[in-house]
Ligand binder design. Structure first.
Ligand SMILES: *[C@@H]1O[C@H](CO)[C@@H](O)[C@H](O)[C@H]1NC(C)=O
Length: 402
C-alpha cells in the first residue's frame, strides 16, 4: 500500500526533478555556506562590496563634475608597518567651507558655480540656519588680504598650500567623513552630506578606503580601513589644531568607533565628537539582519558557516564594544525605515553606550526619524532638522575636552 503510494508520488513529481531539487537545496543551503566559511575573500567581498561601483564613469579627480566646486582631490600614502616601503595610496577630497569659498571664489575660479548654487538654494529655500558661534568669519576676514596677495590665483602648483592655509585659519571646524560599503567618495548620497556640512561652514574630508575607487586595489580588512581613516585624521591633525569631528555612515560607523577607540588607547589627539549615521552594534548582528542573509539565518549551521568565520577572521566592527573605549560625545541618527541597517540596531548601540560609558564622559544623543519621511538608509541628510542637529552638536562640543 505504502509502496504503491510512493510509486504514485514519484510518477507525478518525477524522480529526476526530486534529485535536482535536492541538489539545488544542498548547493544553496549547505555548500554555499561552507564555501563562505572557508573563503575569507568571499567574506571580505560581502562585507566591503568594493565591486559594486556607481555612478559609472565618475571622474574622481574632478569633484566639480558632481557639484563639489572648490574641492581638492589628492592622495595620501598609508604605511601598514615600518618596513612597508610602497604603502597603500588612497584618494582623498577636501571640500572647502562655504564662508571660505565665498571670499575666495575669484581666486578659486568658481564664481559661476558658487553663484548658481546660491541662487538655486535661495529659490528652493535651502538656506540652513546661519550661525555666528563656531564659524570663523572674522578670522577669515582678517587674513583675506594677505592670502589674496599670496595666492592671486589658485593653480595646481599652489593648491595644496592654499587649502592647508585655509584649514589652519583659527576658529574653523573640520569633519572627517567615513563612508559605508560599496561605491566611492563621489556617490550621490555622500556628496549630499558634504554639501550640507559645507553650508555649515565646516571643512569636509572624505576618502576611499583601500580597495575602493581610485585608491590602491589592496583587499580591505577591518585593520586596513581603520588604518586608512587614522592616516587621513593624522594628515588633518598635522595641518591644523582646529576641532575635528568624525561622521561615520553605515559600515563607516564601525570604522569610526574602532578608530576613535584606538586613538584613545594610544593617548593620541582624537576628535571632539563622533556622529554615527545608521550605525549597527557589530558585524555579527548586522549580517544576521541584512537582506542578503535572510535565506540562511534560520539554518542550524548559520553560526558555524557565516557568523563565526567572519568573527575569527577579524571582520568584527564591534561598535558596541568600542563606544565604551573612548570618552568623546556621540550623536546617533537613524531612520525607522532603514532596511539595510535595521533601526533597532542603532537604538541597541545607543543603549549599550548609555549603559556602559562612564558618567563623566561626553553625552550620547539619539535621534529617531519617522518612517513616514522615507529617509531610509541613505538620505537622513535631507531631514530639514539635520543642519540644526549637527550644528548644535558641533557647537556644544567643539571646545569641550573629554
Ligand atoms: C604627520 O606629521 C608627522 C611628523 O612630522 C609625520 O611623520 C607624518 O608622516 C605626518 N602624517 C601624515 C599622514 O601626513
Amino acid at each position: 500500500m505504502l509502496f504503491a503510494r510512493r510509486r504514485h508520488f514519484f510518477k507525478r513529481i518525477g524522480l529526476p526533478c526530486l534529485i535536482i531539487g535536492l541538489l539545488l537545496f544542498v548547493s544553496f543551503f549547505v555548500i554555499l555556506p561552507l564555501i563562505f566559511r572557508c573563503s575569507v575573500t568571499l567574506q571580505r567581498g560581502i562585507l566591503f562590496l568594493t565591486f559594486i561601483t556607481y555612478p559609472k564613469g565618475l571622474d574622481l579627480t574632478n569633484p566639480a563634475s558632481i557639484g563639489l566646486y572648490a574641492t581638492r582631490n589628492f592622495y595620501i600614502t598609508v604605511k601598514d608597518h615600518d618596513e612597508d616601503e610602497t604603502g597603500v595610496r588612497i584618494g582623498v577630497w577636501h571640500v572647502l567651507p562655504k564662508n571660505a569659498v565665498r571670499r575666495f571664489k575669484r581666486e578659486l575660479h568658481v564664481e559661476q558655480a558658487y553663484d548658481e548654487d546660491e541662487a538655486s538654494r535661495t529659490a528652493n529655500d535651502l538656506t540652513p540656519v546661519s550661525s555666528s558661534i563656531g564659524d570663523n568669519n572674522e578670522e577669515l576676514q582678517q587674513l583675506a588680504p594677505s592670502l589674496r596677495a599670496e595666492f592671486p590665483v589658485i593653480v595646481p602648483e599652489n593648491e595644496q598650500l592654499f587649502y592647508e592655509r585655509l584649514l589652519r585659519v583659527p576658529g574653523g571646524t573640520v569633519v572627517l567623513y567615513l563612508h559605508g560599503n560599496t561605491a566611492t567618495r563621489g556617490s550621490g548620497h555622500r556628496s549630499e552630506v558634504y554639501k550640507l556640512l559645507r553650508q555649515l561652514n565646516y571643512h569636509v574630508f572624505s576618502f576611499d578606503y583601500r580597495g575602493y575607487a581610485d585608491s590602491d586595489a589592496v583587499a580591505p580588512t577591518e585593520e586596513g580601513v581603520v588604518r586608512d581613516a587614522m592616516m587621513v585624521f593624522e594628515y588633518i591633525a598635522n595641518v591644523t589644531s582646529n576641532p575635528i569631528f568624525i561622521w561615520g555612515h553605515s559600515l563607516g560607523t564601525g570604522v569610526a568607533a574602532h578608530m576613535v577607540a584606538k586613538l584613545s588607547s594610544m593617548k593620541e589627539r582624537g576628535p571632539r565628537g563622533v556622529i554615527l549615521e545608521s550605525p549597527f552594534t557589530n558585524i555579527r548582528d548586522e549580517i544576521r539582519l541584512h537582506p542578503f542573509s535572510r535565506p540562511f539565518r534560520h539554518l542550524p549551521w548559520y553560526d558555524f558557516t557565516i557568523s563565526r568565520p567572519m568573527y575569527d577572521n577579524r571582520l568584527r566592527f564591534e561598535s558596541d564594544k568600542h563606544v565604551r573605549e573612548f570618552p568623546q560625545p556621540i550623536m546617533i541618527v537613524h531612520a525607522e525605515d532603514d532596511v539595510v541597517v535595521p533601526f533597532h540596531l542603532g537604538y541597541k548601540l545607543y543603549r549599550a553606550a548609555l549603559d556602559k560609558r562612564s558618567r563623566s564622559w561626553g553625552p550620547v544623543e539619539f535621534h529617531r526619524f519617522d518612517r513616514a519621511h522615507g529617509y531610509g538608509h541613505k538620505y537622513l541628510c535631507r531631514a530639514p532638522e539635520m543642519p540644526t542637529l549637527v550644528q548644535n552638536f558641533v557647537e556644544n562640543y567643539r571646545n569641550a575636552i573629554y
